[in-house]
Design a protein around this ligand. Sequence first.
Ligand code: DHB
Length: 468
Amino acid sequence: MITFVLYDSTKHSTKKMNRLIKYTYVYIILLMSLALYSCSKEAGSLKWDTTNKGEHRTLTVGEVPVKYTAYEKLIYVSRNADTTYQYLNIYVPNNLREENPPIFLRTYCGGYMASKAKGPSANDATGYALSEGYVVCIAGNRGWNSSINGTYNGRAPEPILDLKAAVRYLHYNDSIIPGDANRIIADGTSAGGALVALLGASANHSDYDLPLKIMGAADSSDEIWAAVSYCPITNLENSDMAYEWQFCAINESRELSERQLLLSGQLASQFPGYLATQGVTEAQIDFWIRKHILNAAKKAYDEGQTISPKTGISLADTTIDMTALLHYVAEAQPLKTTPAFDAYNVANKHATFENKLFGSVQNKDQNFTEFAAHNQLEGNYELGDDIKWRVRIMNPMNYICKKNLKCKHWYIRYGTLDRDTSYPISILLKHKLFISGADVNFAFQWDEPHNGDYRLNELFEWLSKLTR
Ligand code: DHB
């Protein structure tokens, strides 16, 4: 009986099983076809529309009219989360410098805020690039302040994902779009400079693949050829230490509480430990800072500028009174208070751009370093894994190594009068790139505050000499 039932039921269930397998099989095939169909539809939507003839325009750059064709509002993701920002514009000069010239990709991201793709400007690198016959691309991105119906959609890592998606769009359409996607030159300043550094450092890294896939970025390379980074506000999780290491003795322009003074000392004393993780000593970084400042002052002097004694610089002795120089910097613009990036007392609305960048989609400002999380007025807490991951994938320093380095050409500038971050940040970026085999054109710019796209003749001369 038992055998019979068993036998019968097995027979019965075998039949059922076969049917189930058959239906499951059909169902899977259907699902796959649907997925393939929708993928091909999505991919299709990222294809450059060859019927788009663009619009003819003229931009006067230094009194010279530059004629070009504008192709605008090209959406670079198939699942567009924010039509205000997730698109790029392409400008093709009539006089191309070569048949298929490099593409000059500019981001206007500042303060890690959302940035719309605008038109080329006669006053910055975009106009200069057009007049030099480069194809110009300007990409928008979401940032900490972009929101739809109260949901903040541009918190980290979205700004870098948007720019990577824009780069992928250029590669994906390389055979159709004017310009050579294998020679993309990305340019940005400050937060934009940091994002460009991250584009270069993390090109084609698999850490970004899944989020890029989810947002509907093209399935193509996100490699860039050259990174042009002015005053990058980068390496955010280590910037507080570096800032206090540099500025802890310069407190007249920032009113720090007793507690902040204590934190300033603690942060400063932790910096050599971070330097050691980069294989750098305090003596080395001090030497490099002085060297780059003296080089900048010497160049300015040779060009006819006066180097005021107030700056603490003696070109004759090649020495710097660093305290005098830092007071000179702090006089030009008040220093940031402590901690400079991951603010103290975030819960009580003392948030920085960075606390907003790492904030929540519900607009809650958040700490992003263990130090700040442990030193809040209210509460002492551990950072969650999610925020740790977001911080990690926003930092180019976590990606630069010989094995990974896809972007070989780097142009990095930092002003000696810049107080938005500290000298070691760009020097350490340069150092890591250099030991990883990159071609790095690095300099401090004398008396330059937090600024970008200056000395464009120098930049474009360097660009014109780059070889594949
Ligand atoms: C920018 C400036 C900052 O001081 C900062 O902390 C982040 C970004 C900027 O100008 O982009």
